[in-house]
Design a protein around this ligand. Structure first.
Ligand code: AKB
Length: 337
């Protein structure tokens, strides 16, 4: 008998660590985690961890002989800034890695006669707004607006959303019998902010970097203009969104890809919040033209009405609660020693 597991790729990353943490407070699930890196020491023993590459197909062939994969949270990805420096590698990891897992999930769904749920974090990077006046006018974009990403990462995310829908609805469409398909579900996340981890390789990183630097009493030069506005979300809400979408009954879903958001802030407003908590913070603005261009192409806000209606999405942390109750106290404590 194969052991039933929930697979989490990219488990050593920011969302991965928060998701594993949430799962291990709820007994009853066996987690099979995969990452290029080892898990941090405090996570040891909580999961069956495989240190490996999502591009390694032999590894997956071995894993499916041992485990029945019930759900996949596919979090492994190269983020937007890093992907611009290594676009071909980004395509391999973000697209080919996802394709391998979708194929595996489709085959597993047929083998066990029940759809594997495939939960995929997409991003505001899937959007590409043409200019700042349009960004200000179409503030809260809907899922189908402005799907013209300008980054390799954004292109990868948008295409993988489509691949997920293909594998769920049209896979083997010319075969005589309709096979059991996988059940792909995706959330488009805004910039995420964790109190416990610092992001690397993203372009929304200026928010969390500013906050963590202030808590460490380090000066910070923000790489975008003060007026740059994008949506953000506290990490616990990101985990809630993934879990809520995972649990949602299939009949209640009207789309495969949902926007989710919490609050929109300009970099100047972000700085004000940080200064309110850490009055000594040394924050300056030193925009980087290329990274600025990426942030300018991302929407200022997300319209997440479909997620609210279909599966009851509500962020627990608005901007006030995010800073006062989650970010500032935990970050303070983290660097206190
Ligand atoms: C990035 O900046 O690349 C990510 C994202 C917005 O998806 N944080």
């Amino acid at each position: 008998m194969r052991k039933k597991v929930i697979m989490i790729t990219g488990a050593a990353g920011e969302i991965g660590q928060a998701l594993v943490d949430e799962f291990t407070h709820n007994d009853g699930y066996t987690l099979l985690t995969l990452d290029l890196h080892a898990l941090p020491a405090e996570m040891h023993g909580r999961t069956i961890h495989i240190q490996g590459d999502i591009l390694d197909k032999t590894l997956f062939s071995r894993l499916v002989t041992e485990y029945e994969i019930d759900t996949i949270f596919h979090l492994a990805a190269l983020l937007s800034t890093r992907s611009e420096f290594a676009p071909e590698l980004a395509h391999q990891v973000n697209v080919n890695g996802t394709l391998t897992l979708l194929q595996l999930a489709a085959e597993q769904s047929q083998r066990r006669g029940e759809a594997v749920r495939f939960i995929f974090p997409s991003s505001i990077a899937a959007y590409g707004l043409p200019d700042l006046p349009t960004k200000a006018r179409d503030f809260y974009v809907r899922e189908w607006d402005w799907n013209y990403p300008t980054t390799m990462y954004g292109c990868n995310k948008l295409y993988c959303e489509l691949l997920g829908a293909y594998y769920s609805e049209h896979f083997q469409q010319l075969a005589r019998t309709k096979p059991i398909m996988l059940d792909f579900r995706s959330v488009r996340f805004p910039g995420l902010i964790s109190a416990f981890t610092v992001p690397t390789g993203g372009t929304s990183d200026y928010g969390p970097e500013m906050l963590h630097a202030a808590a460490k009493s380090e000066p910070y030069a923000c790489f975008v203009r003060p007026d740059s506005t994008i949506p953000f979300m506290a990490m616990p809400d990101a985990v809630t969104a993934l879990l809520k979408l995972w649990h949602a009954p299939a009949e209640s879903l009207t789309r495969r890809v949902y926007n989710v958001t919490s609050f929109s802030l300009s970099a100047a407003e972000f700085q004000e919040r940080v200064r309110h908590a850490f009055p000594e913070a040394e924050i300056t603005f030193d925009p980087d033209v290329q990274r600025q261009g990426i942030v300018d192409s991302w929407p200022a806000g997300l319209n997440d009405k479909a997620a609210q209606t279909d599966w009851g999405w509500r962020p627990a942390y608005d901007v006030q609660r995010a800073f006062d109750e989650y970010l500032v106290p935990n970050i303070r404590q983290r660097y206190a020693g």
